[in-house]
Design a binder for this molecule. Structure first.
Ligand code: BES
Ligand code: ZN
Ligand code: ZN
Length: 514
């Protein structure tokens, strides 16, 4: 899709469909909804006046109202898109609204659309503060670009529902605002391309995307983006003493991949500056191993590499947006299979850090590969660590499928991450990993065991396990198991891989830019 910005009056723009946002400005709990268009165009307002006055359209979040041949407007159709209550307006609502516009067009064969930049007619200054120009433009672009994708590459009878052109129409404004909008466009395109790259990786079936293939795709991305990349396999795991990572991999005929991507800002950074370590769980298929999973739903375990996908996508975005901070990503990729050579419950393995681990359940494999990935990232000089992983089913029990579980050993680091959510629009909820939970991973035979003594707080137990390998290094663990795959299509995005993490990890990295 070609997404661009044009500075002109929306009503005078010739397009098959012009999308305009609306908010509900009614105050009071029981007041009837009062939709107000976010446009300064009198022609657009007049064309929609009768329909809006009918009470049919309430400007609820992602609600749509289509008008054909709108009077006094050059567009063939006018699509009004609700952004919900004005008091709750956010950049992310705009992102979802733009996505809704594109996904409205796709099944209807509308190949080109325009989206009217939300303007201040109906809004007080207080509400405009929620929509800074650059972030709003970024959100429109991201929403539109993410919405364009459908996961039908493996269908032989797929229909072409592509949208080829999305023009953001903003009124001719002063130079500084124009520059902000332009910056938002460029950033939005880079971020969306990175997130869509991640989604494409996560969508791939396990027979296509093996650890070796993941390594190849990461290397190809790095070559294009100007990042350094090294992809290692079995020999390197043995050389580094990555006994935990190797234990998971040893039951598969597919060799593991240890992917190391490095971003260095042009001109370098001052001595002692932070070095960020992005560590990803890349299990390209998780059968559970000898502690095998039930057959029902096992096919979904191809997305057990979504943490790796998020980090590879974040590196692509970082390469494009060039923050002044060094970033190293370590992806640990393997297939978790049952086999004559597979690791077994009761085995004791030694991690790269020297810690011994009793394997109680081979299905708790993500924490094993991450244990070595996190330790290795420290040896590469990382001063701040973040990992993303589809780590536990329990996180969906704790938080549902709306919030990612966030764990951290550092309030300051966690707060920096949370501060980026205004721009990213993703949702994270912090859960505890204080030392009171440490007893859960006590082993009778080794230093620690890989599952909890009880099954309560399973996501916290997993976080406690990871914490053993980060020491005093400030660290964030994102358990994305419940949010990396959308079981249902949303008005703004297709069902399937969500690409969760890319936008927020990018913002976190940018917050260390000197
Ligand atoms: N990959 C799974 C976690 C998962 C579950 C991801 C559902 C996405 C959706 C992980 O490796 C796993 O199997 N975890 C076990 C841990 C248990 C054995 C302690 C789980 O959550 O059941
Ligand atoms: Zn597992
Ligand atoms: Zn897993």
């Amino acid at each position: 899709m070609n997404t661009k910005v044009l500075f002109q009056d929306g009503a005078a723009f010739q397009t098959p469909l012009l999308a305009v946002f609306a908010v509900d400005v009614a105050v009071g709990k029981d007041a009837d909804p009062m939709p107000a268009l976010l446009t300064t165009s009198d022609a657009v307002s007049e064309a929609a006046a009768v329909a809006l006055g009918s009470g049919e359209f309430k400007a609820g979040s992602c609600e749509t109202l289509l008008l054909h041949a709108p009077n006094g407007v050059k567009a063939e159709r006018l699509l009004v898109i609700g952004l919900g209550k004005v008091g709750k307006l956010s950049v992310h609502e705009v992102r979802k609204g733009a996505g809704t516009a594109v996904r409205f067009c796709k099944p209807r064969g509308v190949r080109e659309l325009a989206i009217a930049f939300p303007e201040d007619h109906a809004l007080s200054d207080e509400h405009l503060e929620a929509l800074p120009c650059d972030l709003t433009t970024r959100a429109i672009v991201e929403g539109a670009e993410l919405a364009e994708l459908d996961w039908d590459t493996y269908k032989s009878d797929r229909k072409d529902t592509s949208v080829s052109l999305c023009t953001i129409v903003a009124k001719d404004v002063e130079k500084t605002t124009k520059a902000e909008i332009q910056k938002g466009l460029e950033e939005g395109l880079a971020v969306a391309a990175a997130q869509n790259f991640t989604r494409g990786l996560v969508n791939e079936p396990g027979n296509v995307l093996t650890p070796t293939e993941l390594g190849k795709r990461a290397a190809a991305m790095c070559a294009e983006a100007g990042l350094q990349c090294e992809v290692f396999s079995t020999a390197k795991l043995h050389e580094l003493g990555m006994g935990a990572f190797w234990a998971v991999s040893q039951g598969s005929v597919e060799p593991p991949a240890l992917i190391v991507m490095t971003y260095e800002p042009v001109g370098g950074v001052a001595e002692g500056s932070p070095v960020l370590g992005l560590v990803g769980k890349g299990i390209t298929f998780d059968t559970g191993g000898i502690s095998i999973k039930p057959a029902d739903g096992m096919e979904k375990m191809k997305y057990d590499m979504a943490g790796a996908g998020a980090m590879i996508g974040a590196m692509k975005a970082i390469a494009a947006l060039k923050p002044k901070v060094k970033v190293i990503s370590v992806v640990c990729s393997a297939e978790n299979m049952p086999d004559g050579k597979a690791f077994k419950p009761g085995d004791v393995v030694t991690a790269m850090s020297g810690k011994t681990i009793e394997i109680v359940n081979t299905d708790a494999e993500g924490r094993l590969v991450l244990a070595d990935g996190l330790h290795y990232a420290k040896t590469l000089g990382c001063t701040h660590l973040i990992n993303a992983a589809t780590l536990t089913g329990a996180v969906a029990i704790a938080l549902g499928k709306l919030n990612v579980g966030l764990f951290s050993n550092s309030d300051e680091t966690a707060e920096l991450f949370m501060a980026g959510l205004k721009a990213s629009g993703e949702k994270y909820w912090r859960l505890p990993c204080t030392d009171d939970y440490k007893d859960q991973i006590k082993s009778a035979i080794a230093d620690i065991q890989n599952t909890g003594i009880t099954r309560y707080g399973g996501s916290i137990t997993a976080a406690m396990f990871l914490k053993e390998f980060v020491g005093d290094t400030p660290w964030i663990h994102l358990d994305i198991a419940a949010c990396a795959w959308l079981d249902e299509a949303q008005p703004w995005i297709a069902k399937g891989p969500s690409g969760i993490g890319v936008r927020s990890i990018l913002e976190w990295a940018r917050s260390y830019s000197s």
